[in-house]
Design a protein around this ligand. Structure first.
Ligand code: BV8
Length: 246
């Protein structure tokens, strides 16, 4: 489906020098990956992600949390980037001032071709140990999962940021600086609920950037955004890329 963008939005898109895209689970929904707000399906239907994605849950029941991530890792590995992911890769390829900050851990932006990106909440395809964050690329099969670290013997876990854990490295600072300095901020497929990541669109808006929200549903950002496209990312982003790159 091709949508018409407001002419004022097209002018802003074409004039933008420094662009930040901020994505959440909604951009991967059209790749078949359920969002955090979706009811969990099947085996995990009775659990809320927020109750599984915590260090406490892992310490309480490491096997269950490990198996939830093994299931999600398997689903993510079979998923393909969708037109929304590819549109952002097209924009980065044509726009030196483009920066992508994702909350997603599925690795689909890198697979679509984006390089100038930070994965604020880590990546489900990477595994580390719980006690020292030693990376683990492989591990001996065990009938008592989670497997253990070859270096220190502590339990292995996914290299993602759990609720109650601080974001790692310089990802957040890089994203905050990009948000503060951009002139166009695209907030895509996120409920804008999880901090500190959710602050990024508000940082951009308070620094004078044009803020565009792409989300079929209302979020806490909707009333502040300069433009709200009540569309799926897979519909809106190709139209935005076409308007920018024509
Ligand atoms: C931190 C990785 C501090 C794991 C994730 C009280 C006590 C303690 C902490 C807090 C507190 N109050 C607030 C906090 C902070 C807490 C927080 O924000 N909690 C929320 C629930 C209130 N944050 C944290 O704990 C963070 N850490 O604060 O540390 C600290 C500092 C120093 C020392 C110690 C501690 C860490 C947060 C990171 C958690 N990890 N993911 C994993 O994936 O398993 S969060 C996870 O949910 C995602 O990464 C994402 O960030 C987040 C929100 O999900 P969304 O991506 O927005 O997806 P959602 O389903 O919510 O929405 C999807 C949207 O898409 C919807 O709006 C839908 O309408 C739309 N959509 C659907 N289809 C489409 C679409 N849009 C477009 N197209 C479509 N087709």
């Amino acid at each position: 489906m091709v949508i018409d963008l407001p002419s004022e939005l097209i002018d802003r898109l074409r004039a933008a020098q420094r662009i930040v895209a901020f994505t959440g689970a909604g951009i991967s929904a059209e790749s078949g990956l359920s969002t955090f707000r979706d009811k969990q399906t099947g085996l995990w239907a009775k659990y809320r992600p927020e109750d599984l994605a915590t260090p406490q849950a892992f310490q309480r029941n490491p096997r269950m949390v490990w198996e939830w991530y093994e299931w999600r890792r398997g689903v993510a590995a079979k998923a393909e980037p969708n037109p929304g992911h590819y549109a952002l890769a097209q924009i980065e390829a044509a726009h030196p001032g483009f920066f992508l900050a994702t909350q997603n851990v599925d690795g689909l932006h890198a697979r679509a071709g984006n390089r100038n990106l930070v994965e604020l909440h880590g990546n489900i395809r990477r595994t580390i140990c719980f006690d020292h964050r030693h990376p683990a690329d492989s591990w001996a099969p065990t009938d008592e999962p989670p497997p253990r670290c070859a270096h220190c013997g502590s339990l292995l876990r996914p290299d993602v940021v759990w609720f109650g854990e601080p974001l790692r490295g310089d990802a957040l600072v890089r994203a905050q600086q990009a948000a503060a300095q951009c002139d166009l901020f695209l907030s895509i497929g996120t409920s804008t609920m999880v901090y500190p990541a959710a602050e990024l669109p508000f940082i951009a808006g308070s620094n004078g950037a044009t803020v565009i929200e792409i989300n079929p549903d209302f979020t806490p950002l909707s009333k502040l955004a300069n433009f709200v496209l009540r569309e799926k990312a897979g519909t809106a982003l190709p139209a935005i890329a076409a308007a920018m790159l024509d």
